[in-house]
Ligand binder design. Structure first.
Ligand SMILES: C[S@@+](CC[C@H](N)C(=O)[O-])C[C@H]1O[C@@H](n2cnc3c(N)ncnc32)[C@H](O)[C@@H]1O
Length: 372
């Protein structure tokens, strides 16, 4: 069965620069997304697509079932509830295409991400950027930018003019990244943004010519070893540092504990590693790849610490975490349903805290002198 969304993204707050909580028409299930008319707008600050540039899209309401496995995003959440789709495939997109991330999920996690990110890595990064030869500003490539959360966090923490090049394969997310892009650096210098639609797993060193910094957030764990190798080779080839944050570490601590916690965690981690994705191995593999090229690598923990102030995020995370575990091990379903119900009840009562371990990584490759 196909459904057609005919309303425009009236909630898209292009004028205020906010990511909409509900970018589609009201009442449309999470993930029934529309696509920008002109994906990958060149200079987002000069020519930002407004809400009126959003095209009506046709989506398949049963795309998740058609795909068989497309309803759960690797990396926990967004989650599905009856009648909702965490991801959706646009018309003419095949069943083997990758899942899409709902901007609502990325928005929900942005605050916890910001608190979790490791500020300890910023000073070594600032020193490296300050020592770049002949710089009048820096060029930062954010890979798998989603709605641009990394830029909103990092740009105001660095001095000097910055030009951000935001990469993602999803034109819809690029649109929101452009609309809600940061405007000013820590010292008030100008921040400009452009978007590039494409597969970051196929990034070549050429694509990073002139780069001062490469960033990514919540990306490494959804890549394969070969893709990480390519990314590392591109960064090292460009001689620029890489700040690669919020990769899942595969460890979760729930308080109070439940006997089923470890079983769900194991199944979730197995789900993350399916089809050769790195999942919890991402940081180790990336460190090894950089080290093999002679880069210096620092890793710092960046856990989410979710408590009574994070009820909505915790609930969505729980649904995604348990949902992925059951998708990996369907025999868990009955017990996992009970587990999830009890965990959600504890969460709603403010009686659950969750520590979701992540790692941030800063790799300092030898400068090549090729930066502009
Ligand atoms: C978990 S989201 C993180 C988004 C954003 N960095 C953040 O921290 O909110 C992963 C993002 O990477 C993008 N992505 C994943 N694999 C990609 C690939 N091979 N090429 C381009 N984008 C990719 C997805 O479309 C999505 O926007």
């Amino acid at each position: 069965m196909r459904k057609t969304t005919t309303a425009r993204a009236a909630g898209a707050s292009g004028k205020t620069g906010r990511i909409p909580a509900q970018p589609g028409p009201r009442g449309v299930p999470l993930g029934m997304l529309v696509a920008p008319a002109q994906p990958g707008a060149k200079d987002a600050t000069a020519d930002q697509p407004g809400p009126e540039d959003i095209m009506v899209g046709t989506v398949s309401a049963d795309a998740g079932e058609q795909a068989g496995h497309g309803a759960v995003i690797p990396g926990a959440g967004p989650a599905t509830r009856p009648g909702e789709r965490a991801t959706v495939r646009l018309r003419d997109v095949g069943p083997d295409d990758p899942p899409r991330y709902a901007p609502e999920w990325l928005e929900l996690r942005e605050g916890a991400d910001a608190v979790a990110r490791a500020p300890e890595l910023l000073d070594p990064l600032r020193i490296r950027l300050a020592n770049l030869p002949g710089k009048s500003g820096v060029v930062i490539h954010d890979l798998g930018c989603g709605t641009g959360s990394m830029g909103r966090w990092l740009a105001p923490r660095l001095d000097g003019a910055q030009h951000w090049i935001l990469h993602d394969r999803d034109p819809y997310l690029l649109h929101f990244a452009a609309v809600a892009s940061p405007r000013a650096a820590a010292d008030g210098s100008r921040v400009t943004v452009e978007t590039r639609r494409g597969d970051v797993a196929r990034l070549t060193p050429d694509a990073l010519v002139g780069a001062s910094l490469v960033t990514a957030s919540a990306l490494l764990d959804v890549l394969t070893r070969e893709e990480v190798d390519a990314l590392v080779t591109a960064c090292v080839g460009a001689g620029c540092p890489a700040l690669l944050t919020l990769s899942v570490a595969g460890r979760v601590e729930l308080t109070p504990a439940d006997p089923m916690d470890a079983e769900i965690a194991d199944a979730f981690n197995a789900h993350q590693r399916r089809d050769g994705l790195l999942g919890p191995d991402a940081v180790t593999v990336t460190c090894e790849a950089f080290a093999a090229h002679g880069a210096t690598v620092r890793v710092h923990p960046s856990a989410w610490r979710l408590g009574p102030d994070d009820l909505a995020l915790t609930a969505e995370w729980l649904r995604g975490w348990v949902g992925a575990a059951v998708e990996e091990r369907p025999e868990l379903k009955e017990r996992a349903d009970r587990y999830l119900r009890e965990r959600l009840a504890a969460c709603a009562a403010g009686e659950l805290t969750v520590l979701v371990h992540h790692s941030d990584l800063l790799a300092l490759a030898r400068p090549t002198g090729g930066t502009s």
